[in-house]
Design a protein around this ligand. Structure first.
Ligand SMILES: C[S@@+](CC[C@H](N)C(=O)[O-])C[C@H]1O[C@@H](n2cnc3c(N)ncnc32)[C@H](O)[C@@H]1O
Ligand SMILES: [Zn+2]
Length: 621
């Protein structure tokens, strides 16, 4: 268990001059004006989403444990009615109920006593007398800053026993302790009365928040032993979550939930840092318009690989690309057979440098063979090389670059999204960002599992064409019997199970009536090759009534439409060292000059990279 920090707070005379109040939903906190504890108000969406997802996950957890508990009771009851079992007697002479494997879940119901002793044992009338009583959960927020998120979790999520709110920064923990006290959500056993002006009411919080000052890794590794594992871990770091993934993966109980934010989208989804994406996440980013989906798949791969090393596997529940970050919710379980499937759910993508056509190459192959006794044997084999071995794009003949390894499986569990949507129905008053949450989750729920999305504008641009309306492109896909959906990641995007060769034939069909001028296009240009490739599909551009969905519904908020002022990642909190007299020690390492220097270096690097890109484009042409 984490070490408990003494719970003391002193707020005489209300809010100190050095702090400013900030309110989000149920919670008002104090934030240091000197920015010594981090808070990004724009991340309310991230916090709202997390509250609703953890609530829905908790309901699912309870249903699952109750089902197991009932099954065990039934089994037990059957055994006993066969006359075999009078219950097993343990060393203390008490009857041991096998259903106690879910021991935490079972409590005797109020009313007639259900206590049984060996001597007086009679088979209990199970359904009438015993009531399922779910255990409570522990949430570990590894990087808590002001504690706003942890306090909201304690107040807004039922069945929370404790939220372990951790931060390495002493000033953040100082703010956190004050905020925990201010909201009356401190550990009850420490018996500290809520300070005057308490904004929270203890009876209104489900669990308490325990502040821990220390390195997140140390805290999470301290929870590795089975009995110490926690039900939910939340990682919300500056930039990448990569350094925290391994420790998180080992500290979550089976069936538990890992919530991960990464704000380093310039690495994950940008074209300039494939090497950094590789070193952080074990896979290279893609230089394509679908790079936001690749970003999600890179993070999922990193999570799945870390899980596999613990003999565990991940089930992505919801994976979202949001504004300047990604937020993923994955379930963690231990099941060897699922770990074996990982190679076939992992692969690389050969992405065309010009028209971005992707060719997907998994690492593993699963074969099913009928056994001699009519059973099915599952074989795990090397994958066949099925993509990109020529190094050239099938559509335009350009070079390809390699993205990944990345996760090739589903990004979301649609049933689970359905649960979240159901749980927030009519809850507009409880979530400041309800409309967007509802819109984005609805989109994610309808999203096809096929890789990758595209936009009409972009693909037509490859052939120097004026874009046909998205609904025309979608009609062509539907007319040919393909499935179509939008993607939550980019406005106006389309996902389909059609091959890219079909999508690009939609362009070629359009060219029949709207040819483009190529007189100024170089002879060896990929544009010419793309256009000249003979069509391999029949394309019907007639408007399909089901393409209506792709006419923008203005009443539904899917994407960020009107960003607030200061929208985007907030600056890191200042690290402050204090002299004995309380004055601040100037921070030499990150002086303003230093930051200016970094910006200059970054600009230089961008220039060099732009030149290299031009060279490469010339080489590819
Ligand atoms: C982006 S902020 C967290 C924001 C917070 N989750 C919220 O919703 O407002 C990241 C925090 O991680 C803390 N941090 C950075 N490295 C850490 C480490 N190794 N262990 C614990 N905390 C760390 C920083 O001090 C900072 O307060
Ligand atoms: Zn191409």
């Amino acid at each position: 268990m984490s070490s408990s920090i003494p719970y003391t707070v002193d707020l005489p005379g209300g809010i100190p001059d050095t702090m400013r109040p900030h309110t989000e939903r149920t919670t008002t906190i104090l934030v240091p004006k000197a920015n010594t504890a981090f808070l990004n108000p724009v991340q309310e969406y991230n916090r709202d989403l997390s509250v609703s997802v953890i609530r829905a996950w908790n309901e699912m957890r309870k249903e699952e444990t109750e089902a197991r508990w009932r099954k065990n009771l039934e089994k037990d009851s059957k055994k006993k009615s066969k006359g075999k079992g009078k219950g097993k007697e343990d060393k203390t002479g008490e009857v041991k109920d096998e259903s106690k494997d879910e021991a935490k879940e079972e409590q005797p119901a109020a009313g007639p006593s259900t206590e049984v002793s060996f001597r007086s044992y009679q088979r209990p009338r199970l359904t009438a007398q015993r009531v399922f009583n779910p255990s409570k959960i522990t949430i570990l927020e590894a990087l808590s800053a002001t504690g706003l998120r942890s306090i909201r979790y304690a107040k807004e999520i039922p069945d929370v026993k404790v939220v372990l709110a951790n931060d390495i920064s002493p000033s953040a923990c100082d703010a956190m302790r004050k905020n925990v006290a201010l909201n009356g959500v401190g550990p009850a056993e420490e018996g500290v009365a809520a300070p005057e002006g308490d904004l929270g009411r203890r009876e209104n919080c489900n669990g308490y928040v325990q502040v821990n000052e220390g390195d997140a890794l140390t805290l999470m590794y301290a929870h590795r032993a089975g009995k110490d594992r926690v039900e939910v871990v939340d990682l919300d770091p500056y930039g990448t979550a990569a350094p925290f993934i391994d420790s998180a993966m080992g500290s979550i109980a089976d069936g538990g939930l890992l919530c991960v934010t990464c704000t380093d989208l310039s690495v994950l989804a940008g074209s300039n840092y494939p090497e950094k994406a590789f070193s952080n996440y074990g896979g290279a980013s893609a230089n394509t318009e679908y790079s936001h989906e690749v970003a999600l798949r890179l993070v999922l791969n990193s999570l799945a690989q870390a899980a596999a090393r613990y003999g565990r596997h991940v089930t992505p529940l919801i994976s979202l690309s949001i504004d300047f970050y990604v937020r993923l919710f994955v379930r963690i379980d231990t099941r060897a057979v699922e770990v074996k499937r990982l190679a076939s759910k992992t692969g690389i993508v050969y992405a065309c440098n010009y028209c971005q056509t992707p060719a997907v190459q998994p690492f593993g192959r699963i074969m099913e063979r009928e056994g001699k006794k009519g059973n099915t044997n599952i074989l795990y084999r090397h994958a066949q090389n099925n993509a990109g071995s020529s190094g050239r794009c099938d559509e335009c003949g350009s070079h390809q670059h390699i993205a990944g390894p990345m996760w090739l499986g589903p990004l979301h569990d649609k049933d689970f999204i359905g649960r979240v949507l159901k749980s927030i129905e009519g809850q507009q008053a409880n979530y400041g960002t309800w409309a967007r949450m509802h819109g984005m989750l609805s989109l994610a729920q309808e999203e096809l599992e096929d890789m990758f999305y595209f936009t009409s504008n972009k693909i037509h641009g490859f052939a120097h064409m004026t874009a046909q309306p998205t609904k025309t492109v979608v009609s062509a896909l539907l007319n040919a019997g393909y499935k179509v959906s939008r993607s939550h990641a980019i406005g106006g995007s389309v996902k389909t199970n059609a091959p890219r060769s079909f999508v690009l034939d939609i362009l070629r069909e359009g060219l029949k009536t709207n040819p483009v001028r190529l007189d100024k296009v170089a002879e060896n240009s990929p544009v010419r090759r793309l256009i000249a490739k003979p069509m391999t599909h029949t394309v019907d551009l007639t408007l399909n009534p089901d393409a209506k969905l792709f006419e923008r519904d203005r009443s539904t908020v899917f994407y960020q439409l009107n960003p607030l002022p200061n929208w985007g990642p907030a600056p890191r909190a200042r690290t402050v060292q204090v002299n004995e007299d309380g004055s601040e020690v100037p921070n030499k390492r990150k002086s303003e000059d230093g930051e200016a220097h970094e910006a200059e270096a970054e600009a230089k690097r961008a220039k060099v990279e732009a030149e290299a890109d031009d060279e490469e484009a010339a080489m590819n042409a």
